[in-house]
Design a protein around this ligand. Sequence first.
Ligand code: URA
Length: 238
Amino acid sequence: MIRLDKYLADLGTASRQEAKRLIRAGRVTVDGAVCTAPEAKLAPETAAVCLDGVPLRYAKYRYYMMDKPAGVLTATEDRRQPTVLDLLPPELRRLGLAPVGRLDKDTTGLLLLTNDGAFAHRVISPKHRVPKVYLARTDGMPTAADAARFAAGVTLGDGTRCLPAKLEPLPEEGTCRVTVREGKYHLVRRMLAGCGTPVLALRRVAIGALALDPALGAGGFRALTEAERTLVFLEKSS
Ligand code: URA
């Protein structure tokens, strides 16, 4: 059971204070009856709550995908630089969303945001080996020998051992696809730099079998469907 004002705030419909005002103004009904008590308790999964006659659907956790643009930090706040949270409207910023893992400031592409910590942990943790797929533009072209080293698990210059990864050259000169199953700092950049082919541009295009929606455009975002949430933990058949 949760309080009615928290129910509205959890939906992102209003801040807690705004929710109290809406409720006191008699604009909220619970199971067909006007409720003016913000502290009234209800069962969120089963209660029928309407705001101005419009039914609301409760969801404790929210999941979004964003096409992260370059030049924006993957963080919830920063005193000097814009973060991915700054790209969201106020009603989504107050949901307690956080980025799932990190993309470098200059990396673009698929970033998940959620307030479901267990989901985020499952995506990030190397234990679960969720594939993250990147398109890289490099100075020079990695070789078949590099691809074999990736498959065996490379050791970076500082001695860091990496999990086996996939390196696939693409038809366009100086481009390749890299699939990794862990999230070490600057991982793809360091792996490709180790082949003598430094990264010029990096874009994440998929997590598991979930592909970035090409309709979003830089800085665009949208909620994930339930089906898309499960795709994150599936392997894309290639
Ligand atoms: N690997 C990198 O080097 N950078 C990223 O942003 C993501 C993976």
